[in-house]
Design a protein around this ligand. Structure first.
Ligand code: ZN
Length: 670
């Protein structure tokens, strides 16, 4: 039954979040799906000669409204959910994803796009890029396969979806199947009170005496870091490292099966391997490039890695096993730095941090961020802001929602609701949101943040500016709709200002006295940043390299068991010798928990770090508040979205290709 005046049916700049209710969701999405399907049929059956407007632009418009409505619903489900809303979202979500995944397989639509492409139309660079990207994306999704090929591709996708779901379930179930109950309090020596209290609560919740530990990170990590009892550390380490590799929840066969399905899919679509398929539209372009990138960083990290491990061995006085490393590293860190993260909190009151951050971007980018009374928000804690250009032109608006609530999901994120078109004189402002789960205020004390939380705010606001300052004539190429290994550049670069003395003096002021961070505290904080950074880096490089090797080089005929193969690769990046049954790859949901996920894409963490450290070096050189460099970053990176090749955009900002030097310096590795 239609709901009168359904707020999801009209795209509005001031989104009426407060008026959207669960009962609106199903009728609105059903109606928008019908309209979108009809628009696509109309494009496919249009008898007129193909033009950009009648084909690509029409395709963009066909889904614009649905994009908006499902975006608003998904957001509300994430920040202000209740059972009816969750049920309504779960009911429409599969229909919407089925609709989107069907688009590249619509043969009439593919004929229309190919006809446009074959007519070699004269297009602006952004529109020409959209055409190339659309053709490539349709191909990658199987548009050019014959019927048998399409059928097999469909079967592979179903099998991949089943296998990766089973893989995730096994990880979850084998993680949950483990518990360790300690009954003698003396065995807890070394463990901090917070971890003890959590273990006590966990035991009580199961009706047990003593202290209960699990393989979930908040329980596992404190044990590995602080517990004096070496035998218990060994026991829990072994359990963790062999999750989902034996018994009832065994992923060994499934891992091999996923790798084989991905390989077959890539071959079917005409690619050498899965990495080349996945990376084609990313900045790295192919698997060779990504792997070379990681191998080069490894060469430049190894000597420092050996030194760090020697230093730790000398400090401990014996050869360390894997379950000793975290424990002794923490002891060494305390001895060297004596640095307590909590001491920084009073200098990071939420309001001061946020207004200081706005001040920084106003200086850099020549914009204004203006707080406005919030209308139609989903919760009273939400703030609303406008971003204006120096001439007062409205560029965009955003909502900020920083504190945890029961009805809100965990983590921190940025999302876009409306990506405006920039095609003067036609210019539309953007709308987005930044959300988090940061330390809330308590009674009369304002919210006092950790330094990591401050970085989170800067990070998400960087994503938001990528949307807010976007100026592209093609909607789907605007804002944060960029290659996966490029999208973290605007966000991560912002974190650099959280480490600069001049920036901190601006926004990090004691909430009672107004004092800046004392010099010795600042120095400790900076020095502790690079503690054992070669180990951190080698760990990431190991995951990135094993990921690419599995998807590019590994063959069951030559290399045997994938778990053993991966253990051998990862061993070269580890500070201590693994036990013979170590099986990290059996529980690596990043790589194998969904059909694509981070498969062949783990390298992008390091890739993005290289970009942000390198790009920030230009600010460092010319002054971290330099308007000239700021405008160059705004015009060449933030404004462009995906309207040009990201490698080209990067070169235009830096005058050259990315160089890992700045990351190595920042990590204390040079
Ligand atoms: Zn991010």
């Amino acid at each position: 039954m239609p709901v009168p005046d359904n707020p999801l049916l009209h795209i509005q700049f001031e989104i009426p979040f407060d008026r959207v209710r669960a009962e609106h969701v199903e009728p609105a999405i059903a109606e928008l799906l019908t309209t979108a399907r009809a628009s696509i049929e109309a494009i496919a059956s249009d008898p007129e000669p193909r033009t950009y407007a009648s084909t690509l632009l029409a395709l963009e418009k066909a889904t614009e409204h649905l994009d908006y409505a499902i975006g608003v619903v998904r957001h509300l489900e994430g920040v202000a959910t209740y059972p009816e809303l969750r049920a309504a979202f779960n009911a429409v979500e599969p229909l919407v994803s089925e609709f989107y995944s069907g688009i590249p397989l619509h043969s009439g639509l593919w004929r229309a796009i190919k006809a446009l492409n074959d007519s070699h139309p004269k297009l602006s660079p952004a529109r020409a890029r959209l055409l190339i990207k659309t053709v490539d994306s349709f191909r990658r999704h199987g548009a050019e396969l014959d019927e048998a090929g399409k059928k097999r591709l469909g079967e592979i996708d179903v099998a991949l979806s089943k296998a990766t779901t089973k893989y995730s379930e096994n990880v979850l179930d084998s993680t949950n199947a483990f518990e360790l109950v300690i009954e003698d309090e003396r065995d807890l020596a070394g463990l901090p009170p917070t971890a003890r209290a959590a273990a006590r609560v966990s035991a009580e919740s199961k009706g047990l005496n003593g202290w209960r530990f699990t393989l979930q990170a908040p329980s596992y990590l404190p044990l590995m870091t602080y517990l004096d009892h070496r035998g218990i550390r060994e026991h829990i380490y072994r359990a963790y490292a062999t999750r989902a590799s034996h018994g009832e929840f065994d992923n060994r066969q499934i891992t091999a099966q996923i790798l084989e399905l991905r390989r077959e899919k890539a071959t079917l679509l005409g690619y050498r391997d899965f990495a080349d398929l996945v990376l084609e539209d990313r900045m790295a372009k192919n698997g060779t490039r990504a792997q070379t990138f990681l191998e080069e960083l490894r060469d430049r990290t190894e000597s420092r890695f050996a030194l760090e491990n020697q230093e730790l061995r000398d400090f401990a006085g014996f050869d360390l096993e894997p379950w000793d490393v975290g424990y002794w590293a923490e002891k060494l860190r305390l001895k060297l730095y004596d640095f307590d993260e909590e001491a920084l909190r009073p200098y990071f009151p939420m309001e001061g941090v946020v207004s200081g951050m706005f001040n920084i971007v106003e200086r850099l980018y020549g914009i204004k961020v203006v707080h406005k009374p919030a209308a139609h928000v989903w919760h009273p804690q939400v703030s609303y802001y406008e971003i204006r250009d120096e001439n007062d032109e409205l560029l965009g608006a955003f909502y900020a929602d920083w504190y945890p609530r029961e009805s809100k999901r965990g983590g921190a994120w940025m999302d876009g609701f409306i990506t405006g078109i920039y095609d003067p004189p036609h210019v539309e402002p953007h709308v987005g949101t930044i959300c988090g789960n940061l330390t809330p205020p308590v009674a009369s004390t304002p919210a006092l943040l950790t330094h990591r939380e401050v970085e989170t705010i800067f990070h998400e606001f960087g994503h938001l500016l990528h949307l807010g300052l976007s100026q592209t004539e093609v909607r789907s190429l605007g804002g944060t709709n960029v290659a996966w290994d490029f999208v973290e550049l605007p966000s991560q670069i912002m974190e650099n200002w959280c480490w600069e003395r001049d920036a901190l003096s601006l926004f990090a002021r004691h909430y009672q006295t107004g004092e800046t961070i004392p010099e010795d505290l600042y120095r400790k904080m900076v020095r502790a940043r690079t503690f054992r950074s070669a180990n951190t880096q080698m760990r990431q490089l190991g995951f990135g390299i094993v990921d690419l090797k599995l998807h590019r080089e590994y063959s069951p005929e030559h290399d045997g068991d994938a778990i053993a193969y991966s253990r051998h690769v990862l061993q070269q990046f580890a500070p201590a010798k693994f036990p013979t049954d170590h099986a990290t790859i059996a529980s690596f949901t990043h790589l194998f928990g969904s059909p694509v996920g981070y498969g062949a894409g783990y390298y992008s963490y390091k890739w993005a770090e290289v970009l942000d450290a390198d790009a920030f070096s230009r600010f460092r050189e010319h002054g971290i508040f330099s308007r000239e460099v700021g405008l160059s970053f705004r015009n060449n990176i933030l404004a462009k979205g995906d309207s040009e090749d990201p490698a080209e955009l990067y070169r235009r900002f830096m005058g050259r290709d990315p160089d890992p030097e700045a990351l190595l310096v920042r990590s204390g590795l040079l």
